[in-house]
Design a protein around this ligand. Structure first.
Ligand SMILES: [Zn+2]
Length: 116
């Protein structure tokens, strides 16, 4: 299924080809403050419809993940990283930025990112 997503102001907009049944609620120092719900996909499943790279990026801890956010509205629609086992590029999408997705239909799984 094709989902369309964006930050609040629309500077970052994208399409995501995916079936989404569950999302992760992470308690790491960033996620607990930011309050997103994450789902993970091959990076190829996400296609920006706005300018690639036209966002700010935050890195912390081991700097392995690029946490992108909009410099205008502050919303963080997705992050990017590499799966250390497969070497494949992965996108972590904040499913709260997909307005067509019924969040109440998702199975929410807690992830103890704070212990990593
Ligand atoms: Zn924005």
């Amino acid at each position: 299924m094709l989902h369309r997503g964006s930050c609040h102001c629309g500077r970052i907009a994208f399409e995501l080809e995916a079936e989404i049944a569950e999302a992760v609620d992470c308690n790491c120092s960033l996620c607990r403050r930011r309050g997103g719900l994450l789902a993970f996909f091959p990076r190829d499943a996400l296609r920006l419809t706005t300018i690639e790279g036209d966002y700010a990026t935050y890195r912390f801890n081991r700097h392995h993940i690029d946490h992108h956010f909009c410099p205008d509205c502050g919303i963080a629609p997705f992050s990017e990283g590499v799966d250390p086992r497969s070497g494949a590029k992965v996108a972590a999408v904040n499913v709260r930025c997909l307005p067509d997705l019924d969040l109440a239909s998702l199975a929410i799984r807690s992830f103890d990112g704070a212990s990593l």
